[in-house]
Design a protein around this ligand. Sequence first.
Ligand code: 4NP
Length: 186
Amino acid sequence: MIRVLFVCLGNICRSPTAHGVLLARLQEEDLLDKVSVDSAGTGDWHVGKPPDKRAQKTALQRKVDISDQRARQINESDFHKFDYILAMDRSNLSDLKVMHSHAGGTEPRLFLRAFGRSFDEHEVPDPYYGGDAGFRHVLDLIEDACEGLLTDIEGKLVHKRNTKQQHQKQQQQQKNNASVNESSSD
Ligand code: 4NP
């Protein structure tokens, strides 16, 4: 399993949106049994709450339902559970880097810088105090970077499959050699 964690400040706008968008794409690609997705906030103000209504509405306009999600706060054990830890902005990244310096494990990365393709922006701006256009822009940026992320994940899955096949081949070869040795010593 490859595990992805998206992180923003409150876990009610940007990271639940990214979580929902990637999940929908994984479903389309029939990869839900190979990749899992989660999201969290660096802050704890909204823990247990569903995503912001405006984020829910904007995601639904793109056929992504995020209403079932509930906010949670990131903790140090997450750095050992996830293969990708993706921050929405530099402030989130800086908070995550402090946690990572204690926790070790997976290095947090800036989501758009790592995987964005079509936009010249490296941060998903916080839409909380803005209007609907801000939420739509968040969706545009996230949808674009999710395509880059999906390509990276698919590359990892191919690598995993090749490594597994190689290992199985080696094991079969060893078994074959062992049985040849056994029969020649009879
Ligand atoms: P998010 O947006 O980090 O994308 O979930 C925010 C949600 C709430 C607050 C700030 C940002 N807040 O200050 O409560």
